[in-house]
Design a protein around this ligand. Structure first.
Ligand SMILES: [Zn+2]
Length: 80
């Protein structure tokens, strides 16, 4: 993991501002969704990549509610 050298503060509502330099570098835009990962000492932000809730496949997804299901799993479910 590489240190960016940037600092940010948490406001009263718990929000942080990602410096423009990093938003441009990672092509982050308003309303993009980030996924949060944690370990004992860190919080890591990563662009959210939708995946099938049943098999984790990332291709041929259909949104169902706020979850995603892939084409293969939809076919399996329709055959039940
Ligand atoms: Zn699937």
């Amino acid at each position: 993991m590489k240190k960016s050298g940037d600092l940010c503060t948490i406001d009263k509502l718990g929000r942080i501002l990602i410096p423009v330099k990093l938003r441009r570098k990672f092509d982050l835009n308003p309303d993009d969704v980030l996924e949060l990962y944690t370990d004992e000492e860190r919080i890591i932000l990563q662009r959210y990549i939708p995946y099938c809730v049943f098999c984790s496949n990332q291709d041929d997804l259909t949104e169902f509610g706020k979850k995603y299901v892939c084409k293969n799993c939809i076919e399996k479910l329709t055959n039940i």
